[in-house]
Design a protein around this ligand. Structure first.
Ligand code: MAN
Length: 356
């Protein structure tokens, strides 16, 4: 049964790779996706992920990596080399080693109406920095805690995939706090309020042998040191979220509990959205969860692209009952859709044994 609750913006996709300029000559923006979202200076802002690579030459597969001294290096393979595995458009495997096909950085765009976004002049870019970000930075979530904006994002390098934290108050100067969740971990969403005096974060470690790709909760006295880890949401066999689940943007406080929009994917990489309702004072208790997706790839721009059948969100705006989610569609373009928070909560199935 199709329970898609999203009203897609008529102008979708609201941003495409050709809407921005590549950051270097000879480069192409391959994908523009997965924006973090925040309100600042009476405007809506996106921190978009710009995934780039050199314009590809026939017979060659080339991709950029960042060097420790702040430059960039292009690596190149012969596409016919039998040691090369290009079966996943996102990953280059060569002789058992993995690289990414594109290098991502983040760019700031702003809007007065939440639909038409413009880049700053000159563009403001956040780029990978140091050994742990040599393959780029991706999928930034923005949480506003008191007067500080906290950016949690994916740090990628040959050492693995982890979660980095940068903070800012003015979007001009940033404090680099380094890696807060080591590999393999991503999809870190901070709660924007303390609970019982502690900071809380949803995050997604991956455990390839025992376990899987599950959503966990951690707490911290200072946003840097995280502990009391608890697993809050597993994947579900034969379901739309059977292979991986991961948090979207910061949980939304409602009277019924914290509402968290999350993505779930199958092993065929079909990504849909669902929701979790967490207890207000004990957020490790899941009260309710989507049985069916609240949004699934239905529009042509969600079904076809760099990686088709993908809806992935890590940014949203809440105005009363109206939730505007910003999302990457088919890992290629940026879209927006609106949903009623009450109807999301109304669509959830109570989790057995959970009491509010
Ligand atoms: C996965 C995908 C890619 C991403 C890498 C590293 O392969 O989500 O888009 O670049 O992980 O995070």
């Amino acid at each position: 049964m199709n329970q898609d609750l999203a009203e897609r913006v008529a102008r979708n996709p609201i941003l495409r790779p050709q809407d921005l300029r590549p950051s270097a000559p000879g480069f192409e923006i391959t994908c523009l996706l997965n924006p973090g979202v925040f309100q600042f200076d009476h405007k809506t802002w996106l921190v978009v992920r710009v995934a780039e690579r050199p314009v590809q030459m026939p017979g060659k597969t080339s991709f950029p990596v960042l060097t420790p001294w702040g430059g960039m290096e292009i690596l190149e393979f012969n596409s016919s080399d039998p040691r090369l595995d290009l079966s996943d458009p996102r990953v280059i495997s060569y002789d058992g080693r993995d690289y990414l096909t594109t290098l991502s950085h983040l760019r700031l765009l702003s809007s007065d109406d939440g639909v038409s976004f413009r880049e700053l002049e000159p563009p403001q870019r956040l780029v990978g920095n140091g050994e742990l970000e040599a393959f780029g930075i991706e999928d930034c979530r923005v949480a506003r805690i008191d007067e500080t904006y906290c950016l949690t994002y994916t740090q990628v390098s040959s050492h693995g995939v982890g979660v980095g934290l940068r903070t800012t108050r003015d979007w001009k100067t940033f404090v680099h706090e380094g890696m807060i969740f080591p590999p393999h971990n991503k999809d870190c969403a901070l709660f924007e309020e303390r609970i019982g005096g502690k900071y809380f974060a949803l995050h997604r470690p991956s455990s390839p042998e025992l376990g899987g790709n599950y959503i966990w909760l951690a707490e911290s006295p200072d946003l840097i040191h995280w502990g009391r880890h608890r697993c809050v949401a597993l994947t579900r066999e034969n379901c739309w979220d059977s292979a991986r689940v991961g948090a979207g943007a910061s949980p939304i406080r409602t009277e019924e509990g914290w509402l968290e929009i999350y993505h779930g994917a199958t092993s065929e990489n079909r990504y849909c959205l669902g929701a979790l309702l967490l207890h207000l004072n004990q957020p490790w208790r899941v009260l309710a969860r989507s049985g069916e997706p609240i949004m699934e790839p239905l529009a042509p721009y969600e079904q076809e692209g760099f990686l088709g059948q993908v809806i992935f969100t890590n940014g949203q705006v809440v105005e009363g009952d109206r939730l505007t989610i910003y999302y990457g569609a088919a890992d290629s373009v940026i879209c927006a859709a609106r949903m009623s928070i009450a109807s999301i909560i109304g669509s959830l199935a109570a989790v057995k044994g959970a009491t509010a």
